[in-house]
Ligand binder design. Structure first.
Ligand SMILES: Cc1cc2nc3c(=O)[nH]c(=O)nc-3n(C[C@H](O)[C@H](O)[C@H](O)COP(=O)(O)OP(=O)(O)OC[C@H]3O[C@@H](n4cnc5c(N)ncnc54)[C@H](O)[C@@H]3O)c2cc1C
Length: 295
């Protein structure tokens, strides 16, 4: 099937984008077209207007600030995957990016498109939840900052208003000093080009990596495709904090995560299987994060 007819607009600045969003009825933003094209070809979306962001250079790029990173919405998965500075300071983001589909999707797909799409299986929404990131949302009238933890409200439904776009993503680095923090993004995939069954994004900060048994100062656990929104499991985090990582505490975490998630069953992974995978992948991801924090 082909998409229903639409008018294509190609603005060159964010202001022009926002003017179009304010003035047009039934307009949809177009980023890397790796998801929207499929939805439109199946006529599950039939917008009258497409506002194409590919000519808006100010939405592209990774900027390092004193206390974090600001990533423009039109930055591609490939750029995130290959960023050396992110690999040094926030390695979860390149690790999440490199596991998305194949090179053609990663060359075109963008972080803003992934957040705009808001699929609970998406890599960045869950990675950004674990990294305690925030989003800059912009309309003609207002620029507002929303924590990722408040943005995803229900299945593919977010705090984004019709006349807004996601302008950028901000991730703080102060709470995650690289010399004593480890992070990991671990996903179970049935095949390379498919979406994950479940993914686990974790962060572990220890007190002293040189100690015999480094104590976990802070742990963060977030899951993708395990609920109708990206899910953070704080009950699992508090089990680990204040002690060195142990088999017993990891076992308790796995049980807590399995109990906390609320996944939809799929053709190749029923609900019970996904619950178990969520617990097991949280455990494995935390083990890796702890090892990385200690080395
Ligand atoms: C075969 C395949 C496998 C995939 N596997 C994975 C995977 O494992 N993990 C994963 O995370 N993703 C996966 N994806 C999705 C991929 O990451 C997409 O690129 C991404 O989800 C959408 O990004 P895009 O730039 O292509 O956006 P588009 O398809 O252009 O747009 C998607 C939606 O976001 C909206 N949007 C775009 N930009 C903005 C913005 N700046 N502000 C607000 N709304 C905006 C659009 O209006 C549209 O509704 C896969 C895709 C394919 C085709």
């Amino acid at each position: 099937m082909k998409p229903a007819p639409f008018t294509h607009h190609r603005p060159e600045t964010v202001t022009e984008v926002l003017e179009l969003l304010a003035e047009l009825e039934d307009a949809e933003l177009l980023a890397g077209n790796q998801s929207l094209g499929i939805v439109m070809a199946n006529r599950l979306a039939t917008p009258d207007h497409l506002v194409d962001l590919n000519g808006v250079d100010e939405l592209v790029g990774i900027e390092e600030t004193d206390d974090g990173f600001q990533i423009g919405a039109m930055t591609t998965h490939r750029t995130l995957e290959r960023s050396e500075r992110l690999a040094e300071r926030l390695p979860m983001l390149p690790e999440a990016a490199e596991q998305i589909a194949g090179p053609s999707v990663r060359n075109q797909g963008t972080i803003g498109g992934s957040i705009g799409e808001a699929d609970p299986a998406g890599n960045y929404p869950t990675a950004l939840l674990a990294l305690e990131g925030s989003l800059t949302l912009r309309s003609l009238e207002e620029r507002r900052t929303v924590p990722v933890s408040d943005y995803f409200i229900a299945y593919m439904f977010t705090d984004l208003r019709e006349e807004e776009l996601v302008e950028s993503v901000t991730v703080p680095t102060d709470p995650v000093p690289p010399e004593r923090t480890g992070m990991a993004f671990l996903e179970l995939k049935p095949a390379a080009q498919t979406w994950p069954t479940v993914s686990a994004a974790t962060v572990v900060r220890v007190d002293d990596p040189a100690a015999d048994e480094p104590v976990v100062e802070e742990a963060r656990v977030a899951l993708a495709n395990a609920s109708d929104v990206p899910l953070r499991v704080e009950d699992a985090e508090s089990i680990l904090e204040g002690e060195p990582l142990s088999e017993e505490s990891l076992e308790e975490v796995a049980t807590t995560v399995t109990d906390a998630v609320d996944p939809e069953g799929e053709m190749h992974a029923d609900r019970e299987y996904k619950e178990e995978v969520a617990g097991e992948y949280a455990r494995r991801s935390l083990e890796t994060s702890y090892e990385r924090a200690c080395n």
